[in-house]
Design a protein around this ligand. Structure first.
Ligand code: SF4
Ligand code: SF4
Length: 314
């Protein structure tokens, strides 16, 4: 199977990208070799685009995979840097730890319309680095409709990486229609678009075919990244992105994989998710939420209440 390469700003990427958070210590316990094997498997299925971030702490996995491949994949990383010095440190760390001379894209991570202007110094440094050929593109990732609109006004930004899914799980300030309208405006102004969380942080996994079909029907979409942790998930997603039916054995493996709800360390204990759970599966303890796995039915309703995207099913 091959996935056609499409234009994302100045880059050429597969329509399905590999969201490598699933290969990070934050989400999986895969060893470096196992993670690299998965990335190589995906590469041979046509996935040439990897999405990572400084905080994922998985550059060693990506580096191990790069060394096994015949050509370099397209890699986008992210940083919270707001000074020139921090942006330079982030880019050089990525180049060094990935073992690449040129980093394809560095993005400002998880921005809002309010935070983005405060990163101007870092943006200026990144735009200059692009001019010098140290990176190829500058981007911004966001869960916010207002931020997509704000980023559209920044000439330094080539690519926007917005949160988008058919139910709006995780969008901070609007509906899927609001987000689609903002993205459409950004696209019309020449920004490349690759979507994140198209399966709602795992909460839409039971409706994956519908969720992927929905995002692929969006006229503004260049690419979308999905976290994958098994070869069956790669086969499943590749088939859906190619408009094919995954084979029965692949479907059985994907549906049969044991999943659970995970709460991230950055939970602030606001309690909104607790109220959303009709199963009584969430309790507040020591300022954070604890999941009572024995009661959780993996419906995903709680994660829709968490603006910080702390709750994910994987
Ligand atoms: S909604 Fe999010 S931040 Fe609030 S308690 Fe739940 S997991 Fe923590
Ligand atoms: S996934 Fe559903 S059952 Fe599980 S904790 Fe969240 S709301 Fe409750």
């Amino acid at each position: 199977m091959t996935l056609q390469l499409i234009k994302l700003g100045p880059l050429a990427v597969s329509r399905l990208g590999f969201g490598t958070l699933s290969l990070s210590p934050l989400q999986s316990s895969l060893a470096v070799d196992q993670g690299a094997e998965l990335l190589c498997y995906a590469w041979h299925k046509g996935i040439n685009f990897w999405d990572t971030a400084q905080i994922y702490e998985n550059y060693p996995v990506l580096r191990a995979a790069i060394r096994r491949l015949p050509a370099q994949p397209v890699i986008a990383s992210k940083t919270y840097a707001y000074t020139a010095e921090a942006a330079e440190t982030a880019v050089n760390e990525a180049r060094r730890e990935l073992g690449v001379d040129v980093l394809d894209m560095m993005m400002l991570h998880e921005q809002t319309a309010l935070t983005l202007p405060g990163h101007q110094e870092a943006l200026d440094w990144l735009a200059n680095a692009r001019e010098r050929g140290v990176i190829r593109a500058v981007g911004v990732s966001t869960h916010s409709v207002a931020c997509v609109l704000a980023a559209t006004e920044f000439p330094e930004i080539d690519v926007i990486h917005p949160l988008y899914n058919m139910q709006g799980v995780g969008i901070h300030d609007g509906s899927p229609a609001d987000m689609a309208a903002a993205i459409t405006a950004a696209k019309a102004r020449g920004k490349g678009i690759y979507a994140m969380k198209v399966l709602g942080g795992g909460t839409l996994y039971r409706r994956a075919r519908e969720a992927i079909g929905h995002v692929l029907s969006q006229p503004w979409l260049d690419s979308a990244v999905i976290g994958m942790a098994t070869t069956a998930e790669i086969d499943y997603n590749v088939a859906l992105f190619e408009g094919l039916d995954p084979d029965a054995d692949t479907v059985r493996q994907v549906r049969g994989r044991r999943r659970s709800l995970h709460r991230a360390d950055w939970c602030e204990g606001c309690g909104k998710c607790v109220q959303a759970c009709g199963q009584g599966a969430l309790v507040l303890e020591d300022g954070k939420v604890r999941v009572r796995e024995e009661l959780c039915v993996l419906c995903g309703y709680c994660s829709r209440q968490c603006e910080l995207m702390c709750l994910k099913i994987f």
